[in-house]
Design a protein around this ligand. Structure first.
Ligand SMILES: N[C@@H](CCC(=O)N[C@@H](CS)C(=O)NCC(=O)O)C(=O)O
Ligand SMILES: [Zn+2]
Ligand SMILES: [Zn+2]
Length: 208
């Protein structure tokens, strides 16, 4: 978390330079979550017959993601996405409105066919994060969700048209609100992926 003078500086700089939004929950500093928070409901953006997803716990590893596949709110450069065990998530209304955005992706992102909002991403194939669903807590009307912990896939915004000469400014804005930036995931998550890959390789070689 950053101190007040730094936040005022960031706010004034961003207001005068009309910097594009990183994400509404990050632009003006980060609000810390509640350690005792126990979950809530997510809703799509349809004006009626909203898809409703119920989460039975807080999320973990909440982070900003600049990749092209994660859902972002209008005008934001980044998504904010966290994970929750699959058995803590259920679709509690209007499930028939969901479709999978890209069936070939590891993360099967279930989005509302009408408003386009992604309600949850699930992994069905062998993968280090199988058993975890990906969700956007900004779709909830409650506060207390874990705050973003880091920014991932930052350079990926360039692939979507962001001016590469401005990318250092994006990294420094994340840093000014207390978030580290990475061009893949954070080191602990990359270590978890590599550990899984090593275990798979061992399994395969022991069968030979
Ligand atoms: N540079 C690529 C990165 C895509 C990517 O690897 N995204 C990560 C973070 S969400 C991932 O795990 N993707 C798996 C998937 O989408 O199934 C892009 O922007 O599309
Ligand atoms: Zn919708
Ligand atoms: Zn992503």
């Amino acid at each position: 978390m950053t101190n007040l003078p730094q936040r005022i500086f960031t706010y004034v700089r961003d207001t005068f330079t009309m910097a594009p939004s990183l994400h509404p929950s990050i632009d003006n500093g980060i609000k810390k979550g509640d350690a005792n928070f126990t979950g809530g409901k997510l809703y799509c953006h349809c004006p009626s017959n909203k898809v409703e997803v119920t989460l039975g716990s807080n999320v973990l590893h909440n982070h900003a993601c600049g990749c092209s596949k994660c859902w972002k709110p209008k005008s934001a450069l980044f998504s904010v996405v966290g994970v929750i065990p699959t058995d803590k998530l259920s679709v509690t209304a209007n499930k028939q409105k969901l479709h999978i955005t890209d069936k070939s992706a590891a993360i099967q992102r279930n989005a509302c066919k009408e408003c386009g909002v992604h309600l949850f991403g699930r992994i069905e194939v062998d993968h280090p994060f199988k058993g975890l669903d990906f969700v956007h807590t900004e779709l909830s009307d409650k506060s207390g969700w874990q705050e973003p912990q880091f920014a991932a896939f930052v350079s990926s915004i360039i692939e979507q048209g962001f001016d590469p000469s401005q990318i250092d400014g994006v990294r420094s804005r994340f840093n000014s609100v207390g978030l580290e930036t990475y061009d893949v995931l954070s080191p602990p998550l990359m270590d978890a992926i590599a550990t899984h890959t090593a275990a798979q390789k061992n399994k395969t070689s022991s069968k030979l």
